[in-house]
Design a protein around this ligand. Structure first.
Ligand code: NAP
Length: 311
């Protein structure tokens, strides 16, 4: 019997890289996408994986890491270009017949008020975080329907339930992917295709440093800001609030959970006979907050956050 094939988008760092390595270790055929796969070498990816997992990689994975990485298919994908998506799915289907499991993982955010956000970046966030993933789903579904099997896991965020200031557009894309997944779940049930969203708390990845800041002459990654601690313009009317939110965000990310935890959760979802629509992987404190958010009123939570960030 052929191994099941998994396609993970955005797998050169963080959640995607850990999911890819863990599933390859477990024997799946794994395709991983990057905008620029040629920029990465296996030693560098090995280092990223070990560091992001706080050097706590189980021995059985660590001792075979070079072999595991060598057996992963790193492929090029621009998730914002429909032609790139079409070409990739055609390539995979010609090599291994079908994508059995799609992990829609790629995603990024700016750190900016809604008012000051960049129009093109707003569109890029929607294209990358929701429009592209939808097109990928459209492309893998026909084979899944034909075979009456398949799984799609959409990686989303607690921001999909509750937006934080300066990450409002990102939160909108994550809420969108969760609502879309609910419709997809019902549409695909009769074809034995299982749909879930994995809602993440904060994880120790490059997500925070890959966030785009808008306080320079042109948008750039937060990592490249040398001496400017708050990624909004110095003359921004939002600066006092931004400073507080940024300190809070940074402290949360620096204590983030290791991505292997999300990878293990992903595998557990894959193994479920009848997976639910939503799963969560987070710290205990985040799970408590999320439950409060889900069962409390929006107004109450906005009051709580307003009080927390008050000047
Ligand atoms: N880390 C967290 O705390 C957290 C919390 C909640 C949800 N999430 C979600 O988890 C998913 C993975 O994030 P991560 O934390 O693993 O982040 P990461 O370490 O920054 O990895 C993101 C991956 O996506 C690709 N990528 C980054 N920016 C991109 C862009 N603008 N357009 C296309 N591809 C891009 C990168 O690949 P290339 O650069 O090689 O193309 C990289 O492999 C995202 O959907 C994110 O929203 C993360």
């Amino acid at each position: 019997m052929r191994n099941q094939t998994v396609l993970v988008t955005g797998g050169t760092s963080g959640i995607g890289l850990s999911v890819a390595i863990y599933l390859k270790y477990l024997g799946y055929t794994v395709y991983v996408t990057s905008r620029n796969p040629e920029r990465y070498d296996l030693k560098g990816l090995e280092k990223t994986f070990i560091m992001q997992n706080n050097f706590k990689v189980p021995k059985k994975i660590l001792s075979n890491l070079d072999v595991i990485l060598n057996e992963i298919n790193f492929v090029k994908l621009d998730i914002t270009a429909s032609q790139s998506i079409d070409e990739l799915v055609t390539k995979i289907e010609s090599e291994v017949n079908m994508v059995d499991i799609l992990i829609n993982n790629v995603g990024f955010s700016t750190f900016s008020s809604i008012e000051e956000n960049d129009y093109d970046l707003v569109k890029a966030m929607f294209d990358t975080n929701i429009v592209g993933p939808i097109h990928l789903i459209q492309k893998v579904l026909p084979k899944m329907r034909e075979n009456k099997s398949g799984r799609i896991i959409n990686i989303t965020s607690m921001s999909g339930y509750q937006a934080l200031p300066f990450m409002g557009i990102y939160a909108a894309t994550k809420a969108a992917i969760m609502r879309m997944s609910e419709a997809l779940y019902l549409e695909c049930k009769h074809f034995n295709i299982k749909i879930s969203s994995l809602v993440l708390g904060t994880f120790k990845t490059n997500f925070n440093s890959n966030m785009i800041a808008l306080n320079q002459s042109k948008p750039q990654k937060i990592t490249s800001l040398m001496d400017d601690p708050t990624p909004v313009p110095n003359n921004s009317p939002y600066l006092p609030l931004a400073k507080k939110v940024w300190i809070f965000t940074e402290s949360f990310f620096s204590e983030g959970t290791i991505p292997l935890k999300a990878a293990k959760k992903t595998f557990r979802i894959i193994k479920k006979k009848n997976p639910k629509i939503n799963y969560q992987s987070s710290r205990f404190s985040e799970a408590v907050l999320n439950s409060l958010r889900k069962f409390g009123s929006t107004q109450f939570f906005l009051k709580l956050l307003g009080w927390f960030f008050k000047s």
